[in-house]
Design a protein around this ligand. Structure first.
Ligand code: MN
Length: 128
């Protein structure tokens, strides 16, 4: 597998800058979306290997974007990791119910974040 392409969906500039830096340093190709509509468009246009999904985003929230991507044959196999500052009880469960493959609370722990990204990409690799 060549350079993996990762779509970051994030409306917060600081979070976006951090995650983007970590991924680019690790050698991944990065594409970004700042809201739910852009996320849907980028997912279809770019067909990334992994999507990092902020759940609280403008236009269409991350739960609905995930539901819609997981219902679409073209995008349903792309792993999605929810990345969210919302850590109310039930949030993880709700994220998994709409189809997220992993869930990580913000602020992220860098080592755990890297590991989870690698795990999800590996799963993707063995599937395809
Ligand atoms: Mn947000």
């Amino acid at each position: 597998m060549g350079k993996a392409k990762i779509l970051i969906v994030e409306d917060n500039a600081d979070n976006l800058a951090l995650v983007r830096l970590l991924l680019e340093r690790a050698g991944y190709d990065v594409v970004i979306a700042l809201d739910g509509l852009e996320a849907l468009r980028q997912a279809h246009d770019q067909l990334p290997d992994l999507i990092l999904m902020d759940l609280a985003i403008p236009e269409i929230d991350g739960w609905d974007v995930t539901k819609s991507l997981k219902a679409d044959p073209q995008t349903k196999d792309i792993p999605i990791m929810a990345l969210t500052a919302r850590t109310l009880p039930g949030d993880r469960k709700h994220a998994m119910e709409v189809g997220c493959d992993a869930f990580m609370a913000k602020p992220i722990t860098i080592a755990a974040f890297r590991q989870e990204v690698e795990n999800l990409l590996k799963k993707r690799e063995t599937k395809s």
